[in-house]
Ligand binder design. Structure first.
Ligand SMILES: *Cc1c(COP(=O)(O)O)cnc(C)c1O
Length: 356
């Protein structure tokens, strides 16, 4: 039976990417060697790295001073690298608190300087995105999370704030067109919408750097990675290759406008089922609903486990909600086909009929 991976990450990738990545592990492009044994400084790997960078630049329409880096340590490592590199002890960085990941970013920043949470939806269990807030002009940067993977909310309008803006886009990067130039820094763990676990995309404007007074360990200094072209230490070559293939696929599909259209169609269909089915209810304020992570609950909690099992039996894997929200979460990233949505909404319909 066909299975659909609705987990929030690692997530499903296009079948063609799985196939080509498998082939490259055996032999990369007829060079007589495996992708995962060749030197990260070989011309073959440099060409993979360069192609990946170029796709990022093209898709996000970046300026020349926006550097594209492939790093390790996950998006979580960026939570501490950002304040380490950008926040002086006496300064106050601005953060928007919209969920678990934002909270984790805030926690790290407090170790390096001051943090002002300009707005938070924490007292409503993060079921909406705050919109009325002011970012102080003295803040060295403003940090936000464009898509809240766990709660299932998403920023549909990127604010204009007048200070350098940093975005954690781990769970919606390349799912819709983004004006990359608007951001002084963008980062994303690859394992949700871009590739396999192990690599983190960082886009950073060089003009942001060199302003903090503290010494920064070499490997945690963005300038090191810019200078060394993401080759300061051995990068995760396989993960970068898989990201490159996925980015190539996105372009071949027609780019981010096409991704957005497909993602919208899938999300609309699933939310329509949630809204019209008497058994289910959406978790997030309608205008802030995520097109990547669709969260919902069942109106009769005693049926929760039975529904989870019915979905699993139909091939829908990983729809149990995160432990901090409960209920269900269907993660429907770029590679999720419409058939996956059809199977899931079919299970929901059947389940409501049987239990109505
Ligand atoms: C998954 C996720 C993270 C953490 O990513 P890691 O690569 O596991 O460190 C951070 N932020 C968001 C929005 C995420 O979805």
């Amino acid at each position: 039976m066909k299975k659909y991976n609705f987990y929030s990450g690692p997530a499903m990738l296009p079948q063609g990417v799985f196939e080509q990545a498998s082939k490259a592990v055996l032999e990369l492009d007829n060079i007589g060697m495996s992708l995962i044994e060749i030197s990260h400084r070989s011309k073959e790997f440099i060409s993979v790295l360069e192609e990946a960078k170029q796709h990022v630049k093209d898709l996000l329409q970046l300026d020349d001073d926006q550097q594209v880096l492939f790093m390790q340590g996950g998006a979580s490592m960026q939570f501490c690298m950002i304040p380490y590199n950008l926040l002086n002890e006496h300064e106050t960085a601005a953060y928007l608190e919209t969920g678990v990941w934002a909270k984790k970013a805030i926690k790290e920043a407090k170790m390096f300087g001051n943090v002002q949470v300009v707005a938070s939806s924490s007292d409503q269990n993060f079921n909406f995105i705050p919109k009325d807030y002011v970012v102080p002009s003295s803040a060295p940067y403003f940090h936000l999370t464009t898509n809240n993977t766990i709660y299932g909310s998403q920023l549909h309008v990127i604010p204009e704030v007048g200070v350098p803006m940093i975005a954690d886009m781990s769970s919606d990067i390349f799912s819709r067109p983004v004006e990359g130039k608007k951001f002084d820094m963008i980062y994303a763990g690859a394992q949700k919408n871009m590739g396999t676990a192990g690599v983190t995309l960082v886009v950073i404007r060089e003009s942001l750097l060199g302003k903090v007074k503290r010494p920064i360990p070499t490997i945690l200094d963005y300038r090191t990675h810019i200078k060394e072209g993401s080759l300061f230490n051995t990068p995760c070559t396989f993960a970068i290759y898989v990201s490159m293939l996925t980015l190539r696929w996105i372009k071949k599909m027609g780019g981010l406008e096409v991704m957005k259209k497909l993602n919208e169609e899938k999300a609309i269909k699933l939310y329509n089922e949630i809204d019209s089915n008497p058994l289910f209810k959406g978790v997030i304020a309608k205008e802030d609903r995520s097109q990547m992570n669709v969260t919902f609950t069942i109106n009769r909690p005693e049926l929760e486990e039975a529904f989870a099992n019915a979905a699993k039996d139909a091939g829908c894997i990983g729809i149990k909600g995160h432990r901090s929200v409960g209920g269900f979460r269907a993660s429907i990233y770029n590679a999720m086909p419409m058939e996956g949505i059809d199977v899931l909404t079919g299970v929901m319909k059947d389940f409501a009929l049987k239990n109505g």
